[in-house]
Design a protein around this ligand. Sequence first.
Ligand code: ADE
Length: 248
Amino acid sequence: MRIDVFTIFPAIFDSPLREGLLGKAVRKGIVEVRVHDIREYAPGKHRQVDDAPFGGGAGMVMKPEPLFSAVTGALGYGMDELDRLRREVSVIMLTPRGARLTQSKVAALASLPHLALVCGRYEGVDERVLEHLCSETLSIGDYVLSGGEFAALVVIEAVSRLLPGVLGNEASLREESFSGGTLEYPQYTRPADFRGWKVPEVLLSGDHAAVERWRREAAREWTRKVRPDLLGEEVEAGGEGGAEGGEE
Ligand code: ADE
């Protein structure tokens, strides 16, 4: 898979693309990530990429010209070939205004040959970029980052680990367990007794069926505590276990 990233902070991507499983996938050529500096496509001595919003208001808005030039230029399309570009490449704007990223969306993206991730910055991006350059928008959650760079990394990381050859079968099995409606069950490793905090006896029993049952129940219990919405249950505002329900 090929992923092109458009950003005014290309250096943010340096070490995440070198480290861990993602770094390995890049080195193996399973995912080819090219990071483009939008500023290089901005005209003029000052290479201005943002301007004040029409209608007034706080903050600056990213200008359309550098973004259109960057994406069409770097990907080798003319400005009169936007339809073909959007047919051949999924051009995705990362923005808190976007559609929510989920594991099933990640899986859908992983089946595509070519993504272009456009990182918005400042307080917004000229809407014509969304309308005429991007094919879709994505948000990684209901909170605001200063820009789309870390969101783009989340997409790259989540998508890459699903590509054949990155993880093996383990990934798909785990994904299934997530989309199975609960969060993962708790895991333990040695020592069986750490400062008097003991691993649940059943996990040491060698009784696979009992272990299965315990894991299923523990997963449900945990999910009920922190994400009751996944079980279709009422979200308790300020409930135990760190769930911050009742915001939506
Ligand atoms: N840019 C700023 N906040 C974001 C978010 N939550 N998701 C995606 N892109 C963003």
